[in-house]
Design a protein around this ligand. Structure first.
Ligand SMILES: [Zn+2]
Ligand SMILES: [Zn+2]
Length: 221
């Protein structure tokens, strides 16, 4: 945790406070939901920064007991909020951007969505399902395929230590990688960490075809 990062957050969110307990950094207090320069609403929060922050994602809890502990509200059974899925981090809070950017970006969106739902309106933007279904949805959109075998072939290459040009392309059209989707693979490997790819690959392998069935049953029209 850099002092500069702490000062930046405290200047923007004066009601959030940093506390260190057993070498773990917590950010606690009242999180202001801003709209057009004024405070729209507030949520009591606790962020637990990862030990490898900022490489790891913060763990977020809503501490006011205001949000029902339900998957539909993106509160997991361990009471933590699912603010973003690690695989999509590069879009929302790329590695190397500040904690303030996390607070004003994905975390702000998360609580804005909660406030919207509390008013009886639907979740205001895209959301992923949980578990294998959510992983499948994410990679279906990212890779533009519902073919689970193609998906896992891609994830194999994202999880691999190195990929070689003479390997078969994961799009499974029979060409070598270097003559086909090599640039797409390079780009994806830049964005999605091997660890995240490995985890998602394991999730999809365990779920198998059921990941598709669960998702197709709820596919948007
Ligand atoms: Zn969720
Ligand atoms: Zn290809």
């Amino acid at each position: 945790m850099k002092e500069k990062e702490k000062a930046e957050v405290e200047a923007y969110f004066p009601d959030l406070h940093f506390v260190v307990e057993n070498d773990v950094v917590y950010v606690r207090g009242s999180f202001a939901l801003m709209f057009e320069g004024r405070v729209l609403d507030r949520y009591s929060v606790e962020l637990q920064l990862a030990r490898n922050h900022p490489a790891g994602l913060p763990v977020v809890r809503e501490t006011g007991g205001r949000i029902p502990r339900h998957l539909d509200r993106h509160i997991l059974s361990n009471r933590t909020a699912c603010v973003l899925i690690p695989d999509e981090r590069w879009r929302l809070w790329p590695v190397g951007t500040s904690l303030l950017k996390y607070l004003t970006g994905p975390l702000h969106s998360f609580f804005l969505a909660q406030a919207t739902v509390e008013e009886g309106r639907p979740w205001p933007f895209g959301q992923w399902a949980h578990g294998a279904k959510g992983t499948f949805q994410f990679y279906r959109e990212l890779l533009n395929t519902s073919d689970l075998r193609m998906m896992t072939a891609y994830l194999d290459y994202l999880a691999a230590k190195k990929v070689k040009g003479h390997w078969p392309c994961p799009c499974r059209n029979g060409k070598k990688l270097r003559d086909c989707h090599v640039n797409q693979i390079k780009e994806l490997r830049k964005n999605i960490s091997r660890k995240d790819a490995e985890r998602s690959l394991a999730i999809l392998k365990v779920a198998g075809e059921s990941a598709i069935e669960m998702t197709e049953a709820n596919a948007p029209q």
